[in-house]
Design a protein around this ligand. Structure first.
Ligand code: NAP
Length: 318
């Protein structure tokens, strides 16, 4: 169990974390990026990206690799370790504890830990997770060639991934609890224009049923008429939002109703020295472009914060 000291600890290696690492390297800060899995974060759950300037169309996995390589080029230290806690100590510095047992110390932490997919919370969901219940179309879509699938949700993720899943599936039902999508118009257009997609409005899933090995059908209820029905599917993809990964931070911090960090305009949270960037932060939208923008601001502000801390250190007298 090692104890390592840095200027800056970056938690998470999605677009925000990798961009923060790039800027930290260019700011000559001693920084470490702690990530529990492969670098890329939600990029790894996204197939084609068409809204990142300079790349008309790029695979999420390829953009992840490019961002990681770019950060490494500027000296980023990428460490695979799941962060268990981020704690501000009495001396003002942060103690970050990893699953490995190693601890990391720094006056500044930038939390870019993203979020965890929200679960439906219905019977059958945990039992069939990985056996027909999925939260990642890019990861699992190819397992369902020629099958009938259901996608749950009405936001950008649900509509985008439903369209993607039609590459493999013979038919995709999009089941939404209201009678209108909240997804952006261009993604809605793709769904409505895709002959393999059928939308079930005002529908909620009451149960996910299987044969003991795989999902075979959904028990649905129409929230307007109260009618119950069964829908035969080979798999169900759930895209009903994310919960921000803020639970690792010990102590009180300002957050919005959904639990996202409220930051000031330089990405500092209500805990001095703790910055938040990307999907963990309360904001209008969560895009790759906004994540890297947040991270850029956070590192530049963090560098200033570190300089101010150093200026405040008492000068040693002999
Ligand atoms: P979201 O925008 O919050 O949408 C979640 C959807 O799930 C909503 O339609 C919501 O219904 C529904 N929902 C929530 N809880 C539910 C439940 N218990 N049962 C059934 N349905 C439920 O989340 P998201 O689609 O994951 O997107 C998250 C953020 O990432 C957004 O800011 C989005 O713009 C961004 N994103 C962007 C892209 C892109 O630009 N290409 C792709 C993916 C995500 P209601 O509408 O009734 O609330």
């Amino acid at each position: 169990m090692a104890m390592k000291a840095y200027d800056l600890i970056i938690v998470g290696a999605g677009p925000a974390g990798l961009c923060a690492a790039l800027y930290a390297g260019r700011s000559m800060l001693k920084a470490v990026v702690l990530e529990r899995g492969a670098p890329g974060g939600e990029l790894l759950n996204t197939d084609l990206i068409e809204d990142y300037p300079g790349f008309e169309s790029i695979l999420g996995s390829e953009l992840s690799q490019r961002m990681a390589a770019h950060a490494l080029k500027f000296g980023a230290e990428l460490v695979t370790d799941a962060v268990l806690s981020v704690e501000k100590q009495d001396d003002g510095a942060f103690l970050v504890t990893g699953e490995s047992g190693d601890t990391y110390h720094a006056p500044v932490v930038i939390l870019t830990a993203g979020g965890t997919p929200t679960k439906l919370g219905v019977p059958g969901e945990p039992e069939y997770a990985g056996r027909g219940v999925s939260y990642c179309a890019v990861c699992d879509g190819h397992f369902f060639r020629g099958e009938v699938l259901a996608v749950i949700g009405g936001g950008d993720a649900a509509t985008e991934e439903a369209d993607f899943l039609t590459r493999y599936a013979s038919k995709v039902y999009v089941i939404h609890r209201r009678d209108a999508f909240r997804a952006s118009p261009i993604l809605q257009q793709r769904v409505f224009g895709n002959p393999k997609i059928e939308v079930i409005w005002n529908g909620v899933v009451e149960r996910i049923e299987g044969d003991g090995r795989n999902v075979i059908q959904l028990a649905l209820r129409d929230v307007v008429t109260g009618t119950r029905s069964e829908l035969a599917v080979g798999g169900v993809f759930v895209f009903i939002g994310f919960q921000p990964n803020t639970g690792i931070v010990k102590g009180h911090f300002r957050h919005d109703a959904a639990g996202y960090f409220i930051t000031d305009d330089v990405m500092m949270t209500s805990i001095p020295g703790l910055f938040a960037a990307g999907d963990v932060r309360a904001q209008l939208t969560r895009q790759i472009t906004t994540a890297v923008g947040d991270a850029t601001t956070a590192v530049i502000a963090a560098a200033k914060y570190l300089a101010e801390l150093r200026d405040r250190q008492p000068v040693a007298t002999t």
